[in-house]
Design a protein around this ligand. Sequence first.
Ligand code: ADP
Length: 802
Amino acid sequence: MSPKLTGNAQRRLLALVPAVLVLLVGALAFDQARNVVADVQEVGRSHGIIEGSDAVRARAVDAETGQRAFLLTGNEAFLEPYVGARADIDRSLDSLRRLTQAEPAQLARLTTIERLVSERFALLDTGIVLRRRGAADAASESRLMAGKNKMDQLRSLIGDLHAQEQDLLAQRRLAEQRSVRNASVAVGVAAIIALILSALVNLAFSRALTDRDTANLALRRVNEDLEHQSNQLAEQAVEMESQAAELEATAEDLRTTNDELSRTTSAAEKARDFAEDARHRLERVLDNLPDAASVFDSEWRWTYANPSAARTLLTLGVDPSEAIGQVLWDRLPALRGSRFEKETLRAVRESTVVEYEEYVRALDAWAETSIVPLPGAVMVFSRDITRRKREQQGAQLLGDASRVLASTLDYEKTLEAVARLAVGGVADWCAVDLTDSEGKVRQVVVSHRDEAKIKWAKELNKRYPPNYTGPTGVGHVIRTGQTELYADISDAMLVAAARDADHLAIMRELQIKSALIVPMIARGRTLGALTLISSGSGRRYDEADQALAMELATRAAIAIDNAQLYRSALAASDSKSAFLATMSHELRTPLNAIIGYQSLLAEGIDGRLNEPQLVQLTRIRASADHLLGLIDEVLTFSRLDVGKEVVRRDEVRLEPIIAEALTMVTPLAESKGLKLRAETVDASLFTDDGKVRQILLNLLSNAIKFSDDGEIVVRSSVDRDSVAISIIDPGIGISVENIARIFDPFWQVEQRSTRKVGGTGLGLSVSRSLARLLGGDVSVESAIDHGSTFTVTLPIRRGVNT
Ligand code: ADP
């Protein structure tokens, strides 16, 4: 127990002592006071008894007096005090009975009094009744005496009671005085004690008050502290409230997040199941994929290889079951620094799928590789595209070769170009051997991937000339037209083919791996053989390569054949032109003689001719002129054909040329009843007027030839650089399909037998060639039965388009 508590308990005990004292003194005073009260009550009772007995006595007298007055007067009004006195006596007797209850002697007296009162009133009542009846003895003596006796007894008894009560009263007053004194003493003592106690209490209180003040001060301080703390607490509470709000918000967020998390979790679980399922499916798909598929982790460790990838590994001499879990470079060190490594690093760095094509020497195959970056891994797909690639290369080679072959007719040069193409595409070596006109085979082209080796190869060829008569090789292929394919050339084969030790050493050094010799056949003739050799590239020829080589050889053969044919065609054409020129020239001389002699005859040098003879001569002349025209046409054509037509330009006027041509054809037009009209403008040209005239004559004679009636119009127009002369006829016209061909030499539209007109089929060809020679052209617009318009355009100035 702490000392403070002990002090408190003591103080409480000390406070209890005066309280007990006050209580005891109080109890004593209270007892004395109660005695006083009891004595006062006793005194009061004695007074009540005395007063009551006096009242009984007095009222008995009053009743007697009233009765007597009635008896005397018979007036009822005097009975009123009688009745009232009787009632008062009854009440007083009742009161006396209560007051004398505790005093047996007095009670006995009272009982006698009551009896006497009742007997007295009985006598009085009898007198009253008698009086009312009017009886004479109403106031009888006896009864009055009897009444007087009763009254005397009553008075004496009441007197006894009175005296007795006076005694009692005296005693009671003494007792009362004693009690009052005792009570006063007790109250005085109590007052003193109370005063002392109150002084003590006051002292105690003042101490207590001081203590209380001190305590109050302390309490106030504590209260202030508490208030301060309370304020702080309130602030903290506010803060906590806001923190609580924040916490609530956070809790709400957490709840939301939790909900979302649980949703996400379930979604994630589903996604995981789905992913698991997808992984199984993916593995199934990958397992059945024809492409090689591998997965590497971020440390380049193999984590997956599908069966196709496993086969590829086996080909490269790697056991696929050992490769899984191993680092790629440990198994395939050759891939370090390769394009594969670079592209994979790029795919990972750029987070993009990288695809590339590459020739894999170790596999002698082309691969199309796709690198797919995954989180913490890369997936690699490799597709064998050798076939497609070789087809592409083949198509490319054939296309290039065709272009080269078609570019020139110098086939020795084109063969060299083709051999170079083959070396770039399918071979390390390429040679072409051809049979010459005497049937001897000779190597015309040899090409090598390495330029430096070409010279060396040629020298080797000289030192060890190929044996074209052997049972195999180029000679055999040319003889039989059969391809020879040596897919794998072994060392034993080299030994067998070597002429001597040097030859063998050279061939070994050449690292010949595979060879292909195909015949070059065109129009059923084997012109030579194409040889393809693979060495350093390690390529092994197969059926597809054989087909490609044959196609290449055939195209080359056709090009050689075409070139040879063209050369012979050129030679033939030259002979034809020479023949035509000679022929025309040779025909012209006698024809000129015929015309000359016809003129002499017509002029009558050798005698006058009669009319029929002159008509015959005119016909001869017409035929000769016609023939001369045809011969001139053929001559011009052959001169143009061999490029020997000479242009003689001069400053000339257009209109006179047109007028001249029109004059020349007028007889012909008139003979057919056709009209000729000119709508011309003049212009000055720097051109060969003879050739312009010849062109116009050709076009005008065609217009007349192919028109039956109507008008032929010649219209000219001039612009800044050129003139245009149109010959417009109303004739039979030309169909669209024939228009394309009418300028070909010797070509004529099929004519109806009924209206056959003559001609060589050279007129338009010669006209266009002449116009082009002059820097112009001839064009046509025509439709069947709607006539034709042939237009010649010619440049005006010197040097324009010439
Ligand atoms: P030719 O007249 O000697 O037959 P051309 O070269 O002059 O030879 O004409 C070739 C062909 O073009 C003619 O045979 C004829 O069928 C057709 N042709 C030329 N000019 C005309 C024309 N004005 N109207 C219809 N057809 C024509």
